[in-house]
Design a protein around this ligand. Sequence first.
Ligand SMILES: [Zn+2]
Length: 246
Amino acid sequence: MEYREEKMMDQLYLKNTYLFEIDTQATECKKDEKDRPYVLLNQTIFYPQGGGQPCDYGKMIGSGFEYTVHDVRQIGEEIRHYIDLPQNSMQDFQGNCVVKCIIDQDRRLLNARYHTAGHLLGNIVEKLCPNLKAQKCHAFPGESYIEFQGKEMPNEPLLSETLKNVMAKNLQTKIFEMDRRQFESTYYKLPYEIPETKKFRIVQIGNYPPIPCGGTHVISLAEIGEILLKKMKQKNGILKISFGVK
Ligand SMILES: [Zn+2]
């Protein structure tokens, strides 16, 4: 897992998973090294792909135009909203205007359900098998898996049963901020570098150990629906569990 700096002020998806529409200021329209046009915004509800989670799709509507946002990436300080811009229309759209942004609500919620399911599976497996440590979660719908470092193999019926019982409790997710020192003195030592004094965003399901995360999460586990355990494979000290939600 890696640390991606998040700025709570203008990345509105960090504050509210359910904010699907805003009016904001487009500040610039630029092209990347592959000549693909992208827009920078003052504030954004679009989640940029990363942390094992796909980006949001949506629309950007302004006076006399409507663009499809088909990719969103965070490159350094920029959150790039890639738009379908007709050829030669760069001159017409320089940015610097008010735009209405609307994200694809179904896609956002599906991604948040998958992503939250990945957190929960990580929490449950680590609790059942303390020698396993979650190290990677790929929560793309249809191809989701979580990987753990360690040679243990969870007992599958026990894992399924535990998952079912935890889901029945409909635990809530909490989001809060702490700096590294506070976090490590309260919870556990982080296995990767985070600047010492910067506050970072943390997610916690129920009373499970919290983890730093910049993804989008559903508030209550009931919103996930059902988590399906698909396959468990142990290879070279890495346990891979494939899962889905329905
Ligand atoms: Zn997360």
